[in-house]
Design a protein around this ligand. Sequence first.
Ligand code: C5P
Length: 233
Amino acid sequence: MAELVVALDFPDAGRALGMARTLAGAAPWIKVGLELFTAEGPALVRELKAMDFKLFLDLKFMDIPNTVQGAARSAARLGVDMVNIHALGGERMARAAMAGCVEGTPEGRERPLLLAVTILTSMAAGELPVPGAPGPSEMALDLAGKAKQYGLDGVVCSGLEVAAVKASCGAGFIGLTPGIRPASSGGDDQRRVVTPAQAVRNGADYLVVGRPVIGSASPREAALAIIGEMRSV
Ligand code: C5P
């Protein structure tokens, strides 16, 4: 069954921990991304893990293989449940990231899932700054095939392309989809968006949702409504 991952996109620990307390018992997964990690670092990740959430550390590593291997090792040592890299970093970087995840996993613990970001869900056709590039969905599908070949656990892609990813990479290859917008939300910087029900129907395993939950007047209810919509499919 698909799972909701709530993005704690906050600038400080106080607000992130407050939201985590609000969501405890409603949303099993939370995500710490660039804004929060840059502000508060590993100490906050440990504190959130101690609250019994499953935690996705969304730092989208992209660097030379040796550096990414070290970063993935440090992330695995922190005890997070999922980490990611950019698929565009290529095969040697991806394999180094996996090696780092294995090396850093504490004895008796499970290695974090390692996903590759294909093409950001905020990018629309024509926005890829690569001359002659195919559309973002074609490119995402191609990168997903490469990520599978490199031995990764799955990809981050739009709910618009997850069905094609599953069809070509197999049902067991994880599809995590940001760019989720309940039918009632207004427009923002995300472009390749789908509703929670569409993402589940298209085969997504994890749905990442930030602002529609954390920016809501009642975040716990908003999360539960999304989970309800996901289960109704
Ligand atoms: O607020 P919103 O629902 O757009 O939040 C989406 C979250 O997912 C953000 O934390 C963003 O960094 C992250 N993300 C994304 N697209 C990707 C990978 C991660 O939007 N390809």
